[in-house]
Design a protein around this ligand. Structure first.
Ligand code: ADP
Ligand code: MG
Length: 461
């Protein structure tokens, strides 16, 4: 039972951001399989809602793969108070933890007895992400060099710094590494590392709970370095963008270092205020591309060393040849093979690697489906599948929906009525006009659309 869950967790670790994995899945344990349901133990009810809303499909997929094809129909939850201690403490003075504190990536203050204010300085940096375990190659050289410069003299030449690149290419890693270096040089520096999603959650919570002054003091006045991850999450969130704009200005004008990451080039973030985009572009902008094969091999070696996995050259080269797009997937594959070797009592040789890759990465070889495209679009825009299929007409939803319809039509040639059905029962004329609109935008070289479609298309392989 736990073995099944452990295997699913290994897969999930490879598919979620480290932050989300640590926050939402690391504290979860498996209780039992009851009929067609898998029962998970969670620290509190909030986890049930969150996991159901955000990760249910991913978790069920991983369990299905771990059980070699037997898919549980549903997840059920049972609260286990003993797991409670994994939940970060509430901000001082509050009675109930706001969702934002639950969304904190690491529960470091586990051993603290008095409630600590959130976030605790530097505590949210991931100790695993350092410069010394970051492999540098042509694909990330510039971003790495600039990060080193920011780490050694924050708030000086490269301010703000903007790093962009696809999922799992090392943006979060570099950002944390800068944080560690700065803290190493100035242990008293107040460094806030957080995702734009968490910033949004905290902002909304502070508004609702009349704590906005405190929120502003924290991010505008009491902060020396702001590391804001995945800024594309703010797309279409006007009020949070406005708040972030003022935060940015306050920090910038007092020479505090700001680092921002995104999965696309600033101008290509949809529904982002122009004045913010121009701020992002005013400093250092560096991209990270998918690593070349030599860098992939080097990353595998480094990871194997850290995890004490005996990795031969031929296996490293084989994995590096097959898994091309994403470092997280690369590492996930290595870990999966290692776990499999351990479970089966086999050494990690080419045969085992080939078997494992056949079983676990068919996604890239299997025929693409409408669902794959919908998921890729949702992942890109940070939407839920239900939103994509909803009737909502707000541009934040309708534009991604149109892109998804266009891609389905292009890649799969699915009929318009069928596509209408797959997108929550829309009329075929809606699909036709969506496809026409995106085609028109592409033909007129609309920069944003070109880059959005290309990025998702590439991800689909
Ligand atoms: P992103 O934030 O761009 O989605 P992450 O920083 O979370 O990606 O990286 C995903 C995983 O890949 C992490 O475990 C990270 O340590 C690892 N990784 C990415 N790039 C490198 C690299 N150049 N060298 C070593 N590990 C890397
Ligand atoms: Mg990241």
């Amino acid at each position: 039972m736990t073995e099944l869950w452990d295997r699913a967790m290994t897969t999930l670790r490879g598919r979620l951001s480290a932050e989300n994995f640590e926050t939402w899945l690391a504290p979860v344990a498996c209780e039992a399989v009851e009929g067609d349901a898998v029962v998970l133990r969670i620290p509190n009810r909030f986890y049930a809602d969150w996991i159901n809303n955000h990760y249910a499909t991913l978790v069920l997929d991983a369990l299905e793969e771990a059980a070699e094809g037997r898919r549980p129909a549903q997840l059920r939850f049972t609260v286990d108070e003993n797991l409670q201690e994994r939940v970060p403490p509430a901000p001082s003075g509050s009675t109930a933890p706001p969702p934002s504190t639950l969304a904190r990536p690491r529960a470091r203050a586990r051993t603290t007895h008095t409630p600590a204010p959130t976030p605790v300085r530097g505590s949210d940096l991931n100790p695993k992400y350092r410069f010394d375990n970051y492999v540098v190659g042509p694909s990330n050289q510039l971003a790495h060099a600039a990060s080193i410069a920011v780490g050694s003299s924050p708030g000086k030449r490269y301010n703000p710094m903007f790093i962009y690149g696809g999922v799992g290419l090392g943006k979060t890693h570099l950002m944390n590494a800068m944080g560690h270096t700065i803290l190493g040089d100035s242990p008293d520096a107040v460094i806030y590392y957080l995702s734009a999603e968490r910033f949004t959650n905290e902002f909304i919570w502070s508004l609702q709970n009349h704590r906005i002054d405190e929120f502003r003091r924290r991010y505008r006045e009491n902060c020396d370095v702001l590391l804001m991850d995945d800024i594309q999450f703010l797309a279409g969130r006007d009020q949070t963008q406005e708040e972030f704009f003022h935060t940015f200005n306050a920090l910038y004008h007092s020479d505090k270092q700001i680092v921002v990451t995104s999965d696309v080039y600033p101008q290509n973030i949809p529904e982002m205020e122009e004045r913010l985009l121009s701020r992002f572009q005013s400093g250092m902008v560096a991209d990270i591309q998918p690593p070349e094969v030599d860098t992939r091999v080097a990353i595998l070696r480094k990871k194997a060393e850290a995890e004490r996995i005996a990795l031969s050259d031929d296996v490293a080269h084989f994995i590096a040849q097959v898994v091309k797009s994403n470092v997280r997937e690369l590492e996930g594959t290595l870990l999966r093979i290692a776990v499999k070797g351990e479970l089966l009592g086999r050494s990690i040789d080419l045969d085992l690697a080939k078997e494992s890759l056949r079983a676990h990465i068919p996604v890239q070889e299997q025929a693409l489906t409408v669902e794959d495209i919908q998921k890729a679009v949702c992942a890109y825009f940070g939407l839920k599948l239900t939103e994509l299929k909803s009737k909502r007409r707000h541009r934040a939803v309708s534009y991604p929906r149109q892109v998804a319809m266009y891609l389905c039509r292009q890649r799969l040639g699915t009929s318009y009525p069928e596509l209408g059905g797959r997108f929550g029962g829309k009329d075929h004329t809606t699909v036709i006009s969506a496809v026409r609109k995106i085609t028109g935008l592409l033909e007129s070289d609309d920069e944003k659309t070109v880059s959005v479609v290309q990025a998702i298309d590439r991800k689909l392989g």
